[in-house]
Design a protein around this ligand. Structure first.
Ligand code: PHE
Length: 510
């Protein structure tokens, strides 16, 4: 595709102005004369050209001086003080009274002239005698020069003399507002085309980028006032997630991923959550309509078997199962995964059960979804830090070591562990961290050794230890924040998020 060349839609007055200024910048007063439009049409059309980026409009205010009627009279006859001074020097007249009668000035002009000459020390009065002290007073000459400049239309500096002339009504000051219209490069491009047919590009598309040499781009206004800060920043949760991934990789873990939408089978059944038991409501599930998912048939059968009647083993504990019917249609229901332990079990199936080299260590830092109302410590969508280790002879103290090591590495060392209940682990440990913001211990994770019932269908007899930590809760403990909503979601504190120092999460303190 060629760069866009669509009619630019200039109306007649815009075309006239653009044509007029294409030969050089032009004063708008001159434009009005030249193209025979009224002032308003010229002003409006140049504004429209400006917004299309085709011209620049430079405005300036200048001061203009003019002689008044009185000024013009004095320019011809001389200023009263000049008339008086010449009269005295040519007629050798020096008597005050006589002067008032013979000098051709009105009474007011006469006294103004006397005053002015005395002020500049050109004359002095001694009784009735008027004496000339300066034949050619500089100040008077300057006054006359200023008037001459005004007559010639030259520029004047506003000094004391000028203000005196203004005060005496000899010259007047007028402010002149002027606009110069100047064509831009884009305007020139448009002038080159037949019938102003070009449209500047103001949106980038892959085609334009590909044909950028043919395209004419609309100019950017770099002088515009834009509120700062302009810089974007990764949300602290994202930053924290990448850091944690790095830490887990450095501890020898490999990342695992799976989809957000999950079957009840992988989210609940493999972990031996009872199908009709409130166990399933431990995590309030987000259901996705009536969809069904595929579940590996053989595995499903094995899970069903253990669920209904347990198993016998000579090497591990035996189990009698739940001794109830397992409903396959329940297994296939589609939900949003409520915990990333669903991912862990998918990896137990795909990777760990087939793993030859031990240990096998996997992690995920990923989202889980809960049908929960948001409050200071709960989110409907949260990050879980999941970890799983498969090795010979794993026991509870290995689990404790991994947990302690992880929390030490992220810099949250004020943690404690407490026995807890979990349908799929035995024993189970809850992890608590001291939150400065809340000034109390909060639960930040859960862990345990998977029950034999959950591993039997995969043919695994060794112990597997695993954990799931709530990332945002860890984060608020480290930041000393008392409410999760401060860092996450629509009501988060943007100023805080912009300024939170990275060092706080690199090695924070509880
Ligand atoms: N899935 C648990 C939770 O969501 C955490 C957990 C993972 C517990 C693995 C034990 C083993 O809280």
């Amino acid at each position: 595709m060629e760069a866009e060349k669509i009619a630019i839609n200039l109306d007649e007055s815009e075309k006239k102005i653009l044509t007029a200024v294409s030969s050089g910048p032009m004063d708008s007063a001159y434009l009005i004369d030249k193209i025979g439009l009224d002032r308003d049409s010229v002003m409006n059309a140049s504004r429209r050209l400006l917004s299309k980026g085709l011209v620049r409009v430079l405005t300036s205010v200048s001061v203009d001086f003019k002689l008044t009627d009185l000024g013009r009279k004095y320019a011809a006859d001389g200023l009263p003080e000049r008339v008086l001074l010449s009269y005295i020097s040519t007629n050798k007249q020096a008597d005050y009274k006589q002067l008032t009668e013979s000098v051709p000035l009105t009474k007011e002009e006469f006294s103004a002239a006397i005053g002015s000459l005395k002020k500049i020390k050109a004359i002095s009065i001694d009784g009735s005698a008027v004496k000339i002290d300066k034949e050619k007073p500089k100040e008077l000459e300057e006054k006359e020069e200023s008037m001459e400049k005004v007559m010639k239309g030259l520029n004047l500096d506003e000094n004391e003399i000028v203000s005196e002339l203004i005060k005496r009504g000899i010259i007047e000051k007028k402010e002149k507002f002027s606009e110069t219209v100047e064509i831009t490069d884009l305007g020139k491009e448009v002038m080159k085309t037949k019938g102003f047919s070009l449209r500047p590009v103001d949106k980038l598309s892959p085609e334009i980028i590909y044909n950028w040499k043919d395209a004419v781009f609309k100019g950017y206004n770099l002088d515009m006032d834009i509120p700062m800060p302009l810089s974007g920043k990764k949300n602290i949760t994202k930053q924290f997630a990448s850091m944690i991934k790095e830490i887990l990789v450095s501890m020898g873990f490999k990342e695992m991923r799976s989809d957000y939408a999950e079957s009840s089978f992988w989210n609940f059944d493999v972990m031996m959550f009872k199908q009709d038991h409130p166990d399933r409501d431990i995590q309030d599930t987000v259901h996705i309509g009536a969809g069904e998912t595929k579940v590996p048939t053989e595995l499903l059968e094995r899970v069903k078997g253990v669920y209904e009647s347990g198993f016998k083993s000579s090497t591990t504990d035996s189990s009698i199962g739940f001794r109830r019917d397992f409903d396959i249609s329940e297994s296939k229901k589609l939900i949003m995964r409520g915990h990333t332990t669903a991912t862990t079990f998918r990896y137990i199936y795909d990777e760990i059960s087939k793993h030859k080299d031990l240990p096998a260590k996997f992690f995920s830092v990923d989202k889980a979804f809960r049908n929960e109302t948001m409050d200071f410590s709960h989110l409907p969508e949260l990050y879980q830090i999941e970890g799983v280790v498969y090795d010979d002879d794993l026991n509870l103290s290995d689990l404790v070591s991994y947990i302690k090591e992880f929390y030490l590495r992220i810099g949250l060392d004020k943690i404690r562990l407490k026995p807890t209940y979990n349908p799929y682990t035995e024993p189970s440990l809850e992890i608590q961290a001291f939150s400065k913001g809340l000034d109390r211990w909060i639960e930040v994770g859960n862990s345990g050794i998977f029950r034999p019932e959950t591993l039997r269908p995969f043919g695994i007899e060794k112990n597997i230890i695993a954990w799931g930590f709530g990332m945002e809760r860890i984060l608020i403990s480290m930041l000393g924040v008392s409410d999760i909503r401060q860092i996450y979601g629509a009501f988060s504190d943007l100023d805080f998020l912009r300024n939170v120092p990275e060092s706080k999460i690199l090695r924070g303190s509880s």
